[in-house]
Design a protein around this ligand. Structure first.
Ligand code: NAD
Length: 272
């Protein structure tokens, strides 16, 4: 039975919830951090039913005080932190000609500053734990790891979601910089770059046939991904199974980034 403790931000629903669910199923303890208290409370209660392995902490990742409280509550409840999934993220529409400064600031504040604030707080805790140890040669005792939920948009761009695209590009470089900085401590930092995953973030596509076809024409595997298919990558990157991987992004994208054209998409009755 694992005694490991993981923080997952933006865990009330979607990919974050799937990650929390997977980690609890693997026997770990999980802190679900989210701004949405109603959904977060319910999700944590569902996961903790009969096992006390999950708690919810209200947290706006863009607010340093909330992040400070998140770390304190995690240590107060579970006594340790072994890893983090920086998953909280938002996407607000707008390109370079029409995006408001307020929307630009909000997206960057959540997706980039928020991920940085939580990473920084968790990394400081991990480094202190390691420095306090008498025998630093046994660094692999605790396979500390941080996973950033980036996007294929760290590599390719959606022009009318420019702030989102910029935030994920920044996350790619944050992943690399922190991976190098923390490597001497044995702390690994990696990212996940999902393609199109069926969550509320994809709601506009889920309810629009034309948009769905467009999406499939860019997806060699011919379907959107399921949040569990991202959670399995997160579980891998937090585990010793990925002990020699740091500074990387893994892309569960159905083949999207490999494609240099479009895929044929079947016509259906509605279009006949
Ligand atoms: P979602 O909208 O279903 O869930 C996002 C969660 O983050 C929500 O519970 C929300 O309350 C929370 N959140 C938002 N702002 C927050 C804040 N300031 N502090 C704390 N929590 C906050 O989205 P999702 O599709 O599950 O996306 C999760 C992550 O995966 C995001 O970082 C997103 O960019 C990334 N991603 C998603 C897709 C996709 O197709 N769904 C693709 C690539 C990357």
């Amino acid at each position: 039975m694992s005694d490991r403790v993981y923080i997952v931000t933006g865990a009330a629903k979607g990919i974050g919830f799937a990650c929390a669910q997977r980690l609890v199923a693997d026997g770990h303890r999980v802190v679900l951090a989210d701004m949405d208290t109603e959904a977060g409370d319910k999700s944590a209660a569902d996961l903790a039913a009969g096992n006390d392995k999950a708690i919810f902490v209200e947290c706006d990742v863009s607010d340093p005080l909330h992040v400070h409280n998140l770390i304190a509550e995690t240590l107060g409840s579970f006594g340790r932190i072994d890893g983090l999934i920086n998953n909280a993220g938002i996407a607000l529409k707008g390109g370079s000609l029409d995006l408001s400064i307020e929307d630009f600031d909000r997206v960057l504040a959540v997706n980039l500053r928020g991920a940085f604030l939580v990473s920084q707080a968790v990394a400081k805790y991990m480094v202190k734990e390691i420095d306090d140890r008498e025998d630093r040669s046994r660094l692999t005792d605790r396979p500390y790891a941080i996973v950033n939920m980036s996007s294929i948009n760290e590599q390719v761009a959606i022009p009318d979601y420019i702030a989102y695209t910029m935030s994920k590009g920044g996350m790619r470089q944050m992943t690399r910089a922190m991976a190098i900085e923390l490597a001497p401590y044995g702390i690994r930092v990696n990212a996940i770059g999902p393609g199109s995953i069926k969550t509320d973030m994809l709601a506009s596509v889920n309810s629009d046939k034309k948009a769905q076809k467009k999406l499939l024409s860019r997806t060699p595997l011919g379907r959107p991904g399921h949040p569990d298919e991202v959670a399995s990558v997160a579980a891998f990157l937090l585990s010793e199974e990925s002990s020699y991987i740091t500074g990387q992004t893994i892309y569960p994208d159905g083949g999207r980034l490999a494609l240099n054209y479009t895929m044929p998409v079947a016509e259906d009755e509605d279009d006949a």
